[in-house]
Write a protein that binds this ligand. Sequence first.
Ligand code: CIZ
Length: 304
Amino acid sequence: MTTEALKNEIKRLQEERDAVILAHNYERPEVQDVADYLGDSLDLSRTAARADAKVVVFCGVQFMAETTAMLSPAKTVLLPAPEAGCPLADMATDEQLRQKRAEYPDAVVISYVNTSAAVKAESDVCCTSANAVEVVKSVGKDRPILFVPDRNLGRYAAAQADREVILWEGWCPTHITVTLEDVARRRQEYPQAAFMAHPECAPEVLKAADRVAGTSGMLEYAGRADRREFIVGTESGMVYRLQKAYPDKAFYPATDHFICPTMKMTTLEKIRVALQEMKFVVRVPEPIQHKARRALEAMLAVQA
Ligand code: CIZ
């Protein structure tokens, strides 16, 4: 099938199934193009909960689809690429977290959304790259904080909130590849450009940024900044997302290899098959779901 024919078939199946298609900002351009909504994982989970549709097709990775399924219990959530995991999320298991908690029994556990539902279930509150600073600030000063699993985001949020946190030794293999030399090279090529860096990048790269933000913060900053050019310090799908949102501005990836292999596993063909065969349905078993939802709701209460 040609790309156009695939897109038309997806549209037809989508209507037949009463489905809404959500795609993360890191997805392939053609997948972004067929989505009804684009966003970060939290935006998308909230959109799914509000959507007037029976079925949600989630173009992203496992932990994102799990979060969506937990926040939309009455909907059928399909993950077209069920093999799409997250190496950062895999750096913390529920068993490891229980052991760590035993070492720090007074600690409040903040887990980044990039964790399995089982790890969220062992946590007190979740956070995203957009609200990590606020979530850290919300913890009483008399309580230690254990931040799981991304050490760079944890360190950044702690510094912004002026708090000490116990860091888990986890990192995103895609975000840590960008170096200060990459940034310097791009700045030389585009001297007028502002450099936006994702908080999962290394601390020295964050120090060199004009703006540190998750994908939703980058969209907001690029829209309101009076700069015309931006170097994008996050996964390459975001360059397409930004360029589409602001066609009169220019966006350049911080490196040519800023690619998350698992975010690229979703293809148009897999979306077609998911809708055709109503697979792969994401289900989070009770009581994990119940406990994990409490940590997600604790995060939503901080933001409110
Ligand atoms: O929360 C998300 O979707 C992630 C993992 C990153 C971001 O900044 O959008």
